[in-house]
Design a protein around this ligand. Structure first.
Ligand code: HEC
Ligand code: HEC
Ligand code: HEC
Length: 434
């Protein structure tokens, strides 16, 4: 018995050592020599412009710039749940930026998540999506960053992950477990537009980074693509047939929402979704936005007929029956005085003033998005251009905001009341000081 156990253990050790050797071979990445100063390849104006658009599609500036800081100079802190990671300086400064990256080193970073010196990068940098980008697009981004972005000397803070999570070797294991490294492969059964949309959504624009739930180790759960997820005290709603809005999203709705930040039937892109539109996708040509619409529309499924959509709206508007309890009464009064002047909730009123009964904010399982909008309003850089909603952070207490949310949920939907509303409002109020 014992002997057998020993043999088995020895076997395991051999497998372990073999496995470790294979892992070490995978994990080891050599340094790529610094590019020579003043030896930048020449890029055509078209390639640089293509790079500008792809950088917009990937919102590179959004993570690699601190508010008010020099573009792409890094230092923006990302809370990962394990500790804070700082996006690096990707200006062409040779010492503190990526000025010493050759084209090959840049492509390796984008496609494999390994920096020039051979260190594995953390997936807060969405290389698990960028790996799908074509060589030509990656080269174009390189051309854009190296020629159009001003070099800025700026050293970003050390990342705040605790030992041993800060050891980059773990990232090689994470990669091995969770990332399919490799370029996008078009589906020959689908149209060119569908494939272009898939390429952008899955690759450069990494929509799943927010809209797909993650597992305990922080990797996107592939069996739940776009099923909706929590991100920075917001909910990124499902982009599938499970999206909670009353009216099913269509290809055209997606395109309009991503181009303008608003649609008549679905409300506005606020919070973390705002820069996706305003600092990113709206730069893209219409053909690309149409393609994204085609791809997402297909994922959501067959559109409703106009009559079905109207029926869904009517059902929403007549759904709830407030029971007249004190809380709802208070919520109803507060709503009438604080909100109804603008949200008078006729059917399908002007775009930018969505009917709250059909908006996913009132219909999601969690009230976070509704609470965010009441607390912080909708700024000029969010939702529709030139249209704002005031925030009620100063005017209303946690309890009052909870009462309005409870009232809207009860009077506009058939869903169960949100539990722990007051606690949710105070958590969100405390988390971000706008
Ligand atoms: C969601 C936030 C986010 C987005 C979007 C993002 N990055 Fe990053 N990026 C990071 C973080 C965080 C790091 C540092 C990771 C680490 O320290 O391991 C990083 C690292 C990098 C690196 C390695 C740099 C170095 O200093 O070694 C490159 C190159 C890079 N990003 C380029 C890009 C480009 C190009 C885009 C747009 C196509 C982009 N990033 C979009 C967060 C982001
Ligand atoms: C940084 C995180 C993040 C990224 C990246 C992101 N989203 Fe979002 N998205 C959100 C959040 C949060 C909301 C909710 C915003 C609100 O309610 O105003 C949202 C809302 C949406 C909505 C509206 C859903 C509804 O039911 O109201 C659509 C459509 C959408 N996103 C599509 C996309 C697409 C397409 C991409 C990629 C091109 C993308 N998102 C990338 C976070 C993100
Ligand atoms: C002064 C007018 C005004 C008032 C008052 C107002 N809103 Fe708004 N609200 C707007 C506008 C305008 C938008 C769309 C903003 C945009 O497109 O940028 C909006 C958007 C919203 C959204 C949509 C968010 C989304 O993601 O689609 C919700 C929910 C909302 N308001 C709830 C409320 C509630 C609840 C109150 C009262 C506490 C309130 N609003 C008070 C004007 C107002």
């Amino acid at each position: 018995m014992l002997r057998k156990a020993l043999i088995t253990l020895a076997g395991l050790a051999v497998v372990g050592i073999g496995g470790f050797a294979a892992f070490a071979a995978f994990a080891y990445r050599p340094e790529i020599a610094p590019s020579k100063a003043d030896n930048m390849p020449m890029f055509s104006a078209e390639v640089v412009e293509q790079g500008r658009l792809m950088a917009a599609a990937g919102f590179c500036a959004e993570c690699h710039t601190v508010p008010g800081g020099a573009p792409y100079a890094g230092g923006y802190g990302m809370e990962t749940g394990f500790g804070t990671l700082y996006a690096t300086n990707i200006t062409p400064d040779r010492e503190t930026g990526i000025g010493a990256y050759s084209e090959a080193a840049f492509a390796r970073a984008m496609h494999q998540g390994v920096d020039r010196e051979g260190r594995h990068l953390f997936p807060a940098f969405p290389y698990d999506h960028f790996t799908l980008m074509s060589d030509a697009d990656v080269r174009a981004i390189y051309a854009y960053l190296m020629t159009e972005v001003k070099p800025v000397r700026h050293t970003v803070p050390e990342n705040g992950l605790p030992f041993p999570l800060n050891l980059r070797i773990w990232q090689a294991g994470w990669k091995l477990l969770f990332v399919d490294l490799g370029r996008f492969e078009p589906d020959p059964d689908k149209s060119d537009a569908w494939n272009r949309g898939a390429y952008l959504v899955e690759g450069a624009s990494h929509c799943g980074a927010c809209h797909t739930p993650r597992n305990l180790l922080g990797a996107e759960n592939r069996s739940q693509d776009f099923a909706g997820a929590e991100i920075d005290q917001w909910i990124a709603p499902a982009l599938t047939a499970d999206n909670p809005a009353s009216i099913r999203w269509t290809a055209d709705d997606f395109t309009a929402y991503l181009k303008t930040g608003v649609t008549r039937d679905h409300g506005v892109a606020a919070g973390p979704m705002a820069p996706v539109v305003h600092a990113g996708l709206r730069e893209l040509p219409d053909s690309d936005l149409d393609a994204i619409g085609v791809y997402l529309g297909d994922r959501v499924g067959t559109p409703q007929s106009e009559a079905e959509a109207e029926a869904a709206i009517t059902a929403s508007l007549t759904a709830g029956k407030p029971d007249g309890g004190y809380r709802l009464e208070q919520g109803e009064r507060l709503y009438a005085s604080a909100c109804a002047a603008c949200h008078y909730n006729a059917t399908r009123i002007a775009p930018g003033r969505p009917d709250l009964g059909i908006n996913s904010a009132t219909r999601l399982e969690a009230p976070d998005n509704l609470v965010q909008v009441i607390l912080n309003g909708v700024g000029n850089h969010e939702g529709m251009d030139g249209v704002v909603m005031p925030g009620f952070r100063q005017a209303l207490s946690d309890q009052q905001i909870a009462a309005i949310a409870a009232y809207l949920r009860a009077s506009r939907t058939d869903y169960a009341a949100w539990p722990d509303l007051v606690a949710t409002v105070s958590r969100i109020r405390g988390a971000d000081d706008h």
